[in-house]
Design a protein around this ligand. Sequence first.
Ligand SMILES: NC(=O)C1=CN([C@@H]2O[C@H](COP(=O)(O)OP(=O)(O)OC[C@H]3O[C@@H](n4cnc5c(N)ncnc54)[C@H](OP(=O)(O)O)[C@@H]3O)[C@@H](O)[C@H]2O)[C@@H](O)CC1
Ligand SMILES: Nc1ncnc2c1ncn2[C@@H]1O[C@H](COP(=O)(O)OP(=O)(O)O)[C@@H](O)[C@H]1O
Ligand SMILES: [K+]
Length: 477
Amino acid sequence: MHLYTSQQIKAIDKRAEQMGMSLFALMENAGNGIYRKLMPLLNKSEKVLILAGKGNNGGDGIVLTRYLKNNGNHVKLVFPTGEPKTPTALEHLAFYQACGYEVSEFSFDLKADWVIDALLGVGSQLPLRENLAQITAWINQSGAKVAAIDLPTGVSSDEGDIDEYAVQADYTYALHGFKPSAFLFPSSQNYGEVSVIDIGIRQDSGWRVWRDEDVRKTLPKPTGNTHKGTFGTNLLIAGSDEMPGSAALAAIGALRFGTGKLTIATTKHASTIIGPLAPEATFSFDVKSAGIADQYLSVAIGPGLNPDDELETFIKDLLDQPVAIILDAGALSQRKYNDRQAPVIITPHPGEFSRLTGKRSVEIQKNRISFASQYAVENGLMVVLKGKYTVIAYPDGTGVINLTGNRALSKGGTGDTLTGMLLASIGTHQSIKAAVANAVFIHGACANDWVKENGDQALSAHDFDRLLPKICRHYSS
Ligand SMILES: NC(=O)C1=CN([C@@H]2O[C@H](COP(=O)(O)OP(=O)(O)OC[C@H]3O[C@@H](n4cnc5c(N)ncnc54)[C@H](OP(=O)(O)O)[C@@H]3O)[C@@H](O)[C@H]2O)[C@@H](O)CC1
Ligand SMILES: Nc1ncnc2c1ncn2[C@@H]1O[C@H](COP(=O)(O)OP(=O)(O)O)[C@@H](O)[C@H]1O
Ligand SMILES: [K+]
């Protein structure tokens, strides 16, 4: 479940060869792995058409064809843009032919139940040349089920760009690891269901998908001898007279995700609204940044706050204190982060990240992973870039992608709840990296659970009050 850019894949191939694993063997593993994934989906009577390109992506298609033929499937191999050019694909073509198997002529009149897109992989450059675009357009209107090898042809590997005629796949078999575009926009929409094929090389990427088993392994287990102070007191600086609800929703997130003690710094008026919704919280009406680390384990600031000079000065002072800080919503602005020991976590959605970076939202969506990572490394903080496929970028250049969550979350207030969950999470976990990833994962898992029974219309952020206990129990048992 790791991610690799096209450059990394090329370097891996080279290193594997130096270590004695030939590209011929890797291609064999790729074709065989795809065959094993595809087999359960194929009906023996279905016609399969393998469209192989001139590079090594086409070579994978040749290997897959051989396995399907060995198994007695109805399968045709065609080279619609010409025979392969790379030495490894040619070696596999020679072996394929030595087995007595043939290559067919491509024609736009061919009919198939399945089309396998083995045209371009990580070696592609957009836009598609015209002869290839005609073929991908034909695939898309063929009515066949489409499985792509490594990438749908016409989709960039490392960015969210797609060609106008990019293949729209139903399934994509990513070799060795995901390519970034599987989680970028609009490219991810061309992938269909993606799975990774193990081709026998060690996984060594700093980026990966955060999975169920990671959560189960790292979510803190309840220990016998705890008291309310075991997890420290967390401070939430949130809510204003006009936006008291944001603080309440963040408080629900914190209280339901394991905070021991919660203090909310807000206005007196807001406290009268927050209090009944989060009776466990205490209030502070005159919070000072000096000495904050002596009183509080971690601080989250921003939900329901209006950005102004006074807030900015407060945050600047707060950043000088040795305490873990989560900055969200009104607390997100362009500023310089000095070196500090205690962690800083920022939680922008793409619009907020656009304000922080000066880049347009559409560019951010095309490059969510690299932009978040660059910002995290340059500023020495963690970035939780929210939305579908939330990106969690760590300051050491590594990171994870979260796959839980759905559009039921696209509602005002759900981000506030996440901020509260993050506040609780960093107090209860040993590892700050896992703390952030688990909060994001469980937040999304709550929404996934919700839609199973209720559809994606009606979720409200305050529903986390009852969803969190159930989902936390599920992952910690
Ligand atoms: N470790 C792994 O993961 C392994 C990965 N493997 C596989 O290798 C794949 C990478 O193979 P690769 O490097 O040969 O490149 P590939 O994607 O076949 O494309 C090159 C061809 O595309 C053409 N072309 C490019 N752009 C174009 C355009 N716009 N429009 C039209 N044509 C265009 C280009 O033409 P040229 O520019 O040379 O004329 C050239 O012919 C990888 O994705 C995976 O499937 C396994 O086999 C082994 C282990
Ligand atoms: N389509 C989606 N798939 C997965 N998660 C989503 C989706 N839409 C929104 N979310 C999640 O919902 C939350 C919304 O947060 P945010 O945009 O800050 O809203 P608000 O500020 O109104 O609370 C984030 O955690 C985001 O990742
Ligand atoms: K492909």
